[in-house]
Design a protein around this ligand. Structure first.
Ligand code: HEC
Ligand code: HEC
Length: 248
């Protein structure tokens, strides 16, 4: 018995964790789990894994060694070769920690809410908000690419909770681009936003703010006045006009 154990250890050390490759699916037992308790039934583990794929909008091979089209028997699920699997393991621990802490909250509902991968990821492997994504694309590839990217994302994701297609996303992206002196990109995004949300008073305040960053006080005043014309109750626009010495 003792000999067999030593042999087993020696074998797994020599062949590494690749021992499970080319096995069967679902496997008979768990090999290299550090967060999932060892005794967890395999069907439950696979269920958890399927949840990861939908939460992250990714396939098994995003984290595991294996290829599209290859049967799952050929995957090496125990291998820790992929960076994404290592990150996922950290994320699993993070989620456990969050939920442990949530359990100690004095919430009104004793059932409470649990955090899952989907709470943040919303179908994306990197849960970047639309405003940040548009800012990145515009800075890296320019206005035309950003406008094309936005339209493609809207086509694909509109109506889901992956990206927020309401008015603020492009306003915020434009504002940040303005702060980085990327004025052409900022105004291109505002123009696009205006086609989607015409007659928005708030958008003209953003326009004015970016014109000010550009040093164009006259154009800023014009934009703030347009904001007041569209919504006479827009106090922010009136305040900005006063700040630059103009009559609201
Ligand atoms: C987001 C990354 C991610 C995705 C996607 C993912 N997994 Fe996993 N998987 C992991 C991590 C991390 C572990 C190790 C968990 C631990 O250490 O407790 C694991 C462990 C496993 C194991 C146990 C391996 C062993 O050591 O015995 C199996 C089987 C498995 N996954 C199958 C799948 C299948 C099938 C899919 C696709 C439906 C999938 N996984 C998708 C991250 C992922
Ligand atoms: C509290 C929010 C949050 C939760 C919950 C969360 N994640 Fe993440 N995850 C992030 C953020 C933010 C990043 C991006 C980190 C970075 O900038 O690289 C990320 C990145 C990742 C990545 C790496 C993406 C890449 O390509 O670099 C993986 C894999 C991942 N998460 C898996 C998971 C899994 C699996 C779960 C559930 C067990 C989970 N995450 C739960 C916020 C979260």
């Amino acid at each position: 018995m003792r000999f067999r154990l030593t042999l087993l250890l020696a074998c797994s050390a020599a062949s590494g964790l690749a021992a499970q490759a080319a096995g069967k699916f679902p496997p008979d037992s768990l090999v290299n789990v550090k967060v999932i308790p060892r005794g967890t039934p395999l069907t439950q583990v696979i269920g958890t894994m399927r949840n990861y794929t939908s939460a992250l909008g990714a396939r098994c091979q995003y984290c595991h060694v294996g290829r599209e089209g290859l049967p799952l028997e050929e995957f090496d699920f125990a291998s820790d070769e992929k960076r994404t699997k290592l990150v996922a393991r950290q994320m699993m621990q993070m989620v456990q920690e969050i939920n442990r802490r949530l359990d100690t909250m004095p919430t009104s509902d004793s059932a409470g809410l649990q955090v899952t991968c989907g709470t943040c990821h919303r179908g994306l492997n990197r849960p970047v908000p639309l405003s940040a994504l548009m800012e990145q694309v515009a800075s890296a590839s320019g206005a035309d690419s950003a406008v094309r990217a936005y339209k493609a994302l809207r086509e694909r994701y509109y109506g889901g909770d992956t990206y927020n297609f309401k008015e603020p996303s492009l306003n915020i992206a434009a504002f940040r681009l303005g702060r980085a002196s990327r004025f052409a990109e900022a105004f291109a995004l505002l123009d696009l936003n205006e086609t989607l949300f015409p007659r928005s008073s708030g958008m003209y305040v953003f326009r004015g703010n970016i014109k000010l960053m550009q040093g164009d006080t006259l154009a800023a005043a014009k934009a703030y006045r347009e904001a007041v014309r569209l919504d006479p109750a827009n106090e922010e626009a009136k305040g900005r006009l006063r700040n630059i010495g103009q009559q609201p």
